[in-house]
Design a protein around this ligand. Structure first.
Ligand code: ATP
Length: 461
């Protein structure tokens, strides 16, 4: 892949492509939109599913030491009191007295290159320069009521992370699976945070999906597992084709750590607006299990048969947003290539998705909408769709259809032409990245497509 300075990439181009081709739409658009809320279109839902599937595959299916879970979004309010979210899950909100815009104080400090807890700096409104208010802590959890009676007893929160659903099921999982430490529990699901400043497309939204895994280890083994998970998670992005130069790890300063955390490292991505957190890997000690034991009164210690001892396992947590991962992959895949033909059609826009992530892996295209070609192309498509994610398309000229498939990141296009039906019963396979075409007999097509997907990096085809 060619190098590209992502900061030069106009985010608006990606947002516009995402809408035009059916990846992501502004939510509630016919009612004027709801602001920083997005709906995934036909290709976006496929992209996000593939990202989640790749995560689940690497975390759960490929390993013996991690199992899955799908816990409820609405849990007992006690969960959030025990975890500390009810009191402490808050961001510092500052407000402009004149234009009433609201900001996160720590983000404003960050933008100035100052520490989040910097003192003596007077913050001004980025819009009109007025002195901003003193910060007040704003709890990010969404409140609602469970059941028909709206009183304080029925008040519940929408979960702001999936992790606590894992901790409260620790004992259920140990008993039902007989897993022994070290082992992990993985979960993918929606989380909700009433963010003060959502934005940057699907990077920060109030409703989003998380992919979190809590890995339980013997106290004392936590440091080496922490290092292991930082490396493993970093490698996962590389394996999905994300360019190494756009990824880095950033260990947190001691001042940034939660009081219980031993360490935290972010995997950051060089988004068009600069380096930002993609995933967080935290070393959480025994904080969560011990807190839930204290609050619930239910024993959550683990009995280690080898040591003949009870303890709360220490926890390493890799936590990644599915939407944020999809955005990084989308941005990273975006390329504009001059074709050297001159004229206004000279620029090729192509999403160079990894073949295991691409919403469509193979498109089947008859050269034209001809009575002989269409049935043959349909037949080829029916055979291929059993093996790959496919699409059949016979609308518009073949050139336009190639451009569309490039723009949605389809690795291979299979074209059925007159020779196919009249002479050789073979088709051409066009490679998205090299634009080279090879002729392949239909009888061997699925094998050839599989081989080509593998040569592009697929481990699943
Ligand atoms: P920030 O400091 O940016 O608000 P955080 O450090 O609180 O984020 P975590 O609680 O560590 O984030 O969440 C784990 C992951 O979940 C993040 O790395 C990110 O990928 C994703 N995530 C968190 N908040 C959001 C959000 N509002 N929108 C989309 N993804 C999010």
């Amino acid at each position: 892949m060619t190098n590209r300075n992502l900061t030069e990439l106009d985010m608006a181009k990606i947002v516009s492509l995402a809408k035009r081709r059916g990846f992501v739409f502004p939510s509630s658009e016919i009612y004027g939109g709801i602001g920083s809320t997005w709906d995934y279109g036909p290709l976006g839902v496929a992209l996000k599913r593939n990202v989640k599937e790749a995560w689940w595959q690497s975390m759960v299916y490929d390993r013996d030491d991690i199992v899955g879970l799908d816990s409820a979004i609405i849990q007992s309010p006690e969960v959030w009191i025990a975890s500390g979210h009810a009191d402490g899950f808050a961001d510092p909100l500052v407000e402009c007295p004149t234009c009433h815009k609201r900001y996160r104080e720590d983000h404003l400090f960050e933008a100035m290159g100052a520490e989040s807890n910097a003192s003596g700096i007077e913050l001004k409104c980025p819009d009109d320069g007025a002195k901003l208010s003193e910060p007040r802590m704003f709890n990010l959890m969404f409140e609602t009521y469970s059941g028909p009676v709206q009183d304080t007893a029925s008040k519940v929160w929408l979960r702001p992370e999936t992790a606590q659903g894992i901790f409260i099921n620790f004992d259920n999982v140990v008993v039902s699976t007989r897993k022994k430490v070290p082992f992990g529990i993985a979960q993918i699901g929606k989380s909700f945070r009433n963010e003060i400043t959502p934005g940057n497309f699907i990077f920060r939204t109030r409703e989003f999906e998380q992919m979190e895994m809590e890995f339980f280890v013997k106290p004392g083994d936590d440091d080496s597992w922490y290092e292991y998970w930082i490396k493993t998670r970093f490698q996962w992005f590389l394996d999905l084709g994300v360019r190494a130069e756009n990824l880095r790890t950033r260990p947190h300063e001691a001042s940034e750590l939660a009081h219980y955390a031993k360490g935290a490292t972010d995997v950051e991505y060089n988004f068009p607006w600069g380096w930002s957190e993609l995933e967080g890997i935290a070393s959480r000690t025994d904080f969560d299990l011990s807190r839930h034991e204290q609050h619930s009164g239910k024993k959550l210690q683990y009995f280690d048969q080898e040591l003949n001892d009870h303890y709360w396992p220490y926890v390493i947590e890799p936590a990644l947003g599915a939407d944020r991962a999809a955005l990084a992959i989308l941005v990273d895949a975006y390329e504009e290539e001059p074709l050297g033909t001159g004229g206004k059609e000279d620029l090729r826009v192509v999403l160079k998705f990894h073949p295991d992530i691409a919403p469509v892996q193979v498109a089947v295209l008859p050269l034209s909408r001809n009575d002989k070609l269409v049935p043959k192309a349909r037949e080829v498509h029916s055979a291929l769709r059993k093996h790959f994610r496919t699409e059949y398309d016979d609308a518009q000229s073949i050139g336009r259809r190639y451009r569309r498939q490039d723009e949605i990141g389809t690795p291979f296009c299979v074209t059925v032409d007159f020779e196919t039906v009249e002479t050789d019963n073979a088709v051409t396979i066009r490679n998205r990245d090299t634009m080279e075409q090879v002729r392949v007999p239909i009888d061997d097509l699925a094998n050839q497509v599989r081989a080509q997907l593998r040569s592009m990096g697929s481990t699943r085809a």
